[in-house]
Design a protein around this ligand. Sequence first.
Ligand code: SF4
Length: 177
Amino acid sequence: MINEMRENEAKKIHLTGLNDEELSIFVAEIGEPKYRAKQIFKGLHERRLQNLDEITDLPKAFREKLAKTATASTLKVESRYVSTDGTRRFLMKTHDNYPVETVFIPTENRDTICFSSQSGCPLKCDFCLTAKLGLLRNLTAGEIVEQIIIVLNDVYGASAETPHGMIRRTTVPSHPR
Ligand code: SF4
């Protein structure tokens, strides 16, 4: 039953991974006016909402329609470890059960989020546990953006303004296969 639900979720469009132009095309395809794309984009990226039903400037009927074909959240946080220096390590799982690691590192002058572009890693650094997994699969744009949204909401609170000067980088470089 759970696997069936996961498969159904997997068929939905992950709106978090669409840019504003792609969102405009999406809303046009489902017969909605263009300004809906702006409302969705703002809800997902400025307010960092992860539940489409929370984008309350959209009519309820449209939110219900949207939820049938699209989603704003596909990652599940499996564990979260906070070090004494404030570093937060997250292990997430994709809808198809692949591990995703994301780390928040606070320092005096800036905060850094290290996010993953791939599940696992093709490199074989001796000291690294991720190396033992090998490369499992590339993450989608939505899965990459969602890691940042999850961490920002965890650290600063949902809907709080994103601080300026945040440095973002990937934990794992992209490698041609
Ligand atoms: S590149 Fe990074 S994630 Fe990949 S094996 Fe080396 S230390 Fe681990």
